[in-house]
Design a protein around this ligand. Structure first.
Ligand SMILES: [Zn+2]
Ligand SMILES: [Zn+2]
Length: 101
């Protein structure tokens, strides 16, 4: 199940489950959309692209599949980006869209 992390890994901005500016890579690395722009839509941990994080319903519409049953994570992952290393990664990925990485 998708881990709904509580904040942006780079700037620590709170990203509650209803945040519409939370972005994730395929490994669930979680960043705010501002940081994703700065990162050139490239995850500093895996080199993959980002997509908007889906919103988990707060209401039990069906079969206990909602936040009350499966709450968001409270474990903060705060690992500010090493921008120099990221520039090197961006150079290697230059011009390669996420679906071809
Ligand atoms: Zn951020
Ligand atoms: Zn990643």
């Amino acid at each position: 199940m998708l881990e709904l992390r509580p904040s942006c890994e780079n700037c620590n901005k709170p990203l509650p489950p209803h945040a519409t500016d939370a972005m994730i890579c395929s490994f669930e690395c979680t960043f705010c959309s501002d940081c994703v722009s700065l990162l050139g839509n490239t995850c500093p941990n895996c080199g993959g692209g980002f997509v908007p994080r889906p919103i988990r319903p707060v209401t039990n519409w069906k079969g206990d599949n909602y936040l009350g049953h499966d709450p968001a994570s409270t474990t903060v992952k705060f690992r500010p980006v090493d921008w120099e290393a990221h520039q090197h990664l961006l150079l290697r990925l230059q011009g390669i869209p996420p679906e071809q990485r």
